[in-house]
Design a protein around this ligand. Structure first.
Ligand code: 13P
Ligand code: SF4
Length: 334
């Protein structure tokens, strides 16, 4: 955690390697300001909007038309009537925008921006497991976290995000739920429902590495700190949290709470949004970075707008089936 030993030497170098230039020197800031101007001009000529996830680099918030969590971004994607959506986030988020708004051109500035959770389940493995379990539990429903590929979503009865997973599970008529792919979110949902949750064994490498010992050490040093944790964290970490929330849920909580100091137990980028939007309160951050999220840069965003690629495309039959699971999520999960 931020308050404890900071990495240094080769450890620090290996952590920073995928991030590129992260030193906000005066020269770098001037270069970023030029890029912001260039991107804003390109947005107008390309009739484009930029949607950005809360974990993006803070300079991307300066060009984004909308910043939010997965649920807010999915909803916002359905409302875009501009020709082009540039998605500053990871691959499954850009795919979700394309699934929900297929007549728009959707660009992802760097196709390497994946997700360890999305990688932990394939459509073939899910179809096989679903068939095995349905033989035992005929009422089984499959709930897929949005952090999945389009062809995995196409195998699901409903999707969910971190902010509506419990509502979606509760809203389905089935008593047995196969929950893919996050074992930690599945355990959290199980703690909130009487239904029977069968978990896949995936996890987010960013959240899964956070330990209760790290949280305990910060709480011991700062007993008054309010601990906000993302449900992708381990169960023993969530047990130490004052609130379990999606990324935007944390932003709302920080605004509304009478507390002034928070330990933000999620990817570090969210703390940048909190610092920008909630001045006067203090945020201790976890120093955990998602290298996939950080692959998106202003330079890459400018190039995507200029070249109108890389573009997200999907086979129509997969898109239609995935859209059904996402629409069910909106219906049940708000
Ligand atoms: P949120 O939907 O809470 O923003 O989470 C997305 C994500 O990828 C968390 O790791
Ligand atoms: Fe995926 Fe974790 Fe990165 Fe979110 S933080 S995009 S779940 S790897």
């Amino acid at each position: 955690m931020h308050a404890l030993a900071a990495p240094s030497g080769p450890e620090l170098e290996s952590l920073l390697a995928p991030l590129g230039d992260v030193a906000y020197t005066a020269d770098r800031c001037a270069a970023l300001a030029d890029l912001v101007r260039e991107i804003n001009a390109l947005k107008r000529t390309r009739h484009a909007v930029i949607l950005a996830h809360n974990y993006q680099r803070p300079e991307l918030f300066q060009v984004a038309d909308f910043v939010g969590d997965s649920l807010e971004l999915a909803r916002e994607a359905t409302r875009v009537d501009a020709e082009t959506i540039v998605f500053c986030g990871v691959h499954f988020m850009a795919e979700t925008a394309k699934i929900l708004n297929p007549t728009r051109r959707v660009l992802l500035p760097d196709l390497r921006a994946g997700c360890s959770l999305a990688d932990s389940v394939t459509a073939e493995d899910l179809a096989e497991r679903k068939a095995q379990l349905r033989a035992v539990y005929p009422d089984l429903a499959v709930v897929g976290y949005v952090n999945t590929t389009a062809d995995v979503k196409a195998e699901c009865d409903a999707c969910c995000t971190s902010s509506n997973a419990v509502r979606v599970v509760e809203g389905l008529p089935s008593e047995h739920i196969l929950f893919v792919p996050d074992q930690n979110l599945a355990a959290y949902v199980q703690s909130q429902t009487r239904k029977s949750i069968i978990a896949w064994d995936g996890n987010c490498y960013v959240h899964h590495q956070i330990t209760p010992e790290q949280i305990g050490a910060v709480k011991a040093a700062l007993p008054h700190v309010r601990v906000l944790a993302h449900p992708e964290c381990r169960r023993d970490v969530l047990a130490l949290a004052d609130a379990v929330l999606s990324t935007s849920g944390m932003v709302r909580y920080a605004h509304e709470s009478d507390a002034t100091e928070f330990l933000v137990v999620t990817e570090c980028g969210l703390s940048d949004r909190l610092l920008l939007e909630v001045p006067g309160k203090k945020f201790y951050k976890s120093c955990k970075l998602c290298h996939y999220m950080k692959m998106i840069t202003l330079e890459g965003t400018r190039d995507a707008l200029r070249d109108l690629q890389p573009e997200i495309t999907l086979p129509e039959d997969v898109r239609v089936r995935a859209a059904r699971a996402l629409e069910r999520m909106f219906e049940l999960g708000g």
